[in-house]
Design a protein. Structure first.
Length: 462
């Protein structure tokens, strides 16, 4: 299952160190030593992503060098900002997606980062961005609507570098990542030139020391006159990361011009668990830029990560959820989500979870796999019954309820009159979910409706 789980982790944003996926080469990527007390973990990781202009605002607060600029909500505002900056500017679409530069707008404009040589050009570019949808390799074909643009001064520089700080579970703490190739997609650099990417774990009890930062600056190629300045910027970024509970601080590119070092672009993610002490930052969240399923899950108070498969999974406990999705993949299916209703969930949480499934057009089957403990099986059964009736669910549902209040759950389902596919064995349940989803998908390919149910003589074996 290890390779399946690694693919699973990579496919929906779980923190997996690049060092675990590549051999160590000389002075290149460090490969962590794994032993009895150091085992890489694969757990769901949710983080807040904020717009670039907010990230740049934080950088300025921490004394980092950034281009002058401001955010505009209208083309006219963009033109006025360009005028105050001297005319020659860069206009950046503010959408929460990577690959903006290579994306395209539904307005016809190619690229979400554009140079404008005059306020008039800034006005024209902003008109084609604001209100239009930007489509990149990360957004999918539906794209993301651009509501604002960041207008900043255009700078010339000698060299571009990549620099990031991230919380890496493989290293069990903060890690510094840098490369001599900045201003380009770092994943592409990793594929083509892995030796050009350097990682260095940071002792969180000491923090990033100036000497450690200087060593990294030298390794990636900062000039002798700018080593001190680069190290200073790195240390300031580390302080920002720790103070603000960030899980990722990415500068691409960090540039060098003689003795000056500047952060031209910034992406910062924040740990969702820190919302209680980072209220201002979490107030910057742009729900309109997030997956509607994630928005619904946040409202429902369930742990959810949307995927691209066809089998919706409702499980209690992260470990059981991982095992459930491993089995689905083992039998040839693809999970549509990670959804953990947690311990002590009531029928209301179950109904809310089914609403998420009902809004996901990719879901062809639903697999409910509950091990009753703090969560009572009968509460889950009540939620399934209520959701099926209230939402008029047409999607086939495979149910496995084991543990606390199992008998009561079975009685509820048997008396409900609903055509649920109930299984006691986990393997059989997973196979059933995969097979049912496959049948529904095949029927949809030829525009047929299917009604999947078991003969009435068969009793539920939940």
């Amino acid at each position: 299952m290890a390779s399946s789980r690694c693919r699973f982790a990579l496919s929906y944003g779980l923190k997996v160190s690049r060092a675990l996926l590549s051999p160590s080469r000389g002075g290149g990527i460090h490969k962590p030593k794994c032993g009895p007390f150091f085992t890489p973990t694969f757990q769901p990781s949710r983080s807040l992503s904020v717009h670039e202009y907010y990230s740049m605002q934080l950088l300025k607060e921490y004394g980092l060098n950034v281009p002058r600029g401001n955010v505009a909500q209208t083309p006219e505002e963009a033109a006025e900002i360009a005028r105050t900056l001297g005319g020659d500017v860069v206009v950046k679409a503010q959408v929460l997606a990577g690959g903006r530069g290579k994306g395209h707008f539904t307005s016809g404009l190619q690229g979400g980062v554009q140079r404008a040589k005059s306020p008039q050009e800034a006005l024209s570019v902003a008109k084609q961005m604001i209100g239009s949808t930007l489509i990149t390799h990360q957004t999918g074909k539906e794209g993301r609507t651009c509501k604002k643009v960041l207008v900043c001064e255009r700078k010339t520089f000698d060299n571009e570098f990549y620099f990031a700080l991230l919380m890496d579970r493989a290293f069990r703490g903060p890690v510094m990542v840098a490369s001599m190739f900045g201003g380009v997609n770092i994943e592409e650099v990793f594929k083509s030139s892995p030796d050009s990417i350097y990682t260095d774990p940071i002792d969180i009890t000491k923090g990033l020391q100036k000497e450690q930062a200087k060593l990294m600056a030298r390794r990636v190629g900062f000039g002798p006159r700018s080593i001190e300045a680069a190290a200073d910027q790195m240390v300031r970024l580390y302080k920002l990361m720790i103070d603000k509970d960030a899980t990722l601080v990415e500068i691409n590119p960090m540039v060098q011009d003689e003795e000056r070092v500047m952060c031209m672009d910034a992406k910062i993610n924040f740990d969702d668990n820190a919302e209680y002490r980072q209220k201002e930052i979490f107030g910057w969240r742009d729900w309109s830029q997030e997956d509607p399923r994630d928005v619904a899950a946040a409202s429902a108070g369930v742990n959810y990560i949307g995927l691209t498969g066809t089998i919706g999974c409702l499980v209690n406990g992260a470990g059981l959820a991982m095992a459930t999705m491993d089995l689905i993949q083992l039998y040839g299916g693809e999970p549509a989500n990670f959804l953990d209703i947690g311990g002590g969930a009531t029928s209301k949480e179950v109904v809310k979870s089914f609403r998420i499934f009902n809004s996901d057009h990719n879901v062809s089957a639903i697999f409910v796999n509950i091990f009753g403990g703090i969560t009572h099986c009968d509460e889950v059964a009540k939620g399934i019954i209520a959701a099926t009736k209230e939402l008029q669910m047409k999607t086939p549902i495979v149910v496995r309820l084991q543990g606390n209040k199992q008998k009561e759950a079975k009685d509820l389902i048997n008396s409900s009159g609903l055509q649920l596919i109930a299984e006691e064995d986990l393997d059989k349940a997973a196979k059933s979910a995969v097979n049912v989803a496959r049948i529904v998908n095949l029927a949809q390919e030829v525009s047929l409706n299917v009604d999947i149910s078991r003969p009435k003589r068969e009793q539920s074996s939940v």
